[in-house]
Ligand binder design. Sequence first.
Ligand SMILES: Cc1cc2nc3c(=O)[nH]c(=O)nc-3n(C[C@H](O)[C@H](O)[C@H](O)COP(=O)(O)O)c2cc1C
Length: 224
Amino acid sequence: MDQQEKRELILKTFAERYTCKGYDETKKVSDEDFKVIMEAARLSPSSMGLEPWKFLLINNEKIKARLKPVAWGAQASLAGASHFVIILARKPLDLTYNSAYVEYIMNDIQHFEEPLRGERKNKLKDFQENDLKIAADDHLFFDWSVRQTYISLANMLTAAAMLGVDSTPMEGFNYAAVEKILEEENVLDKAHFGLAAMIAFGYKNRDHRPKTRRPMAEIFEVID
Ligand SMILES: Cc1cc2nc3c(=O)[nH]c(=O)nc-3n(C[C@H](O)[C@H](O)[C@H](O)COP(=O)(O)O)c2cc1C
């Protein structure tokens, strides 16, 4: 593929991606396609590479039925989507610079050796306490974690679009009610994770509205 073909593919993918509001329940996304979509999530970037996410593929019909009354933005997805995924974000307990989870990431995953590992932890401490100023506020801290899960969400949307799979990003639900259900169903450990967003995949059963966006000149400014 030459450079011009790459440009066209990117623009076509983003122009054609849209939020699916009605799924054909008889059509299933293939395992091969879903695996690629999940890889797009796994390979997403995160601050200091802490990968503060977890993805729950909800195949359980009882859980879906319990989510319906408290997830107004997920009605179409819960009814007919092929794959329904809940994105969880790590809590401050895991993301604070001296946690067991940070040690696991920096040692077992990133293979940083001492003294570099210690230096990176100190950098993370300073970043969280003095730059982001999130260390003393659990809500701000968790929000920092959630922000990063949205990068994986976006990459999943784009990967799906490239594969011709329709998708729906979602935050239209009552967070406390959904968390309570997930806790009761033993799929959420609230000490370590909180709810970030949801995303569904499948194939549409109706046409969607044409895409609307503000002009580039309204959102982009060059500062010389
Ligand atoms: C973070 C986020 C949350 C959203 N929540 C919902 C939702 O709960 N239900 C829904 O049907 N659409 C939801 N949307 C879809 C938006 O309404 C949609 O992206 C927007 O109107 C632009 O349309 P497009 O995606 O078709 O280009 C959400 C989108 C984003 C990015």
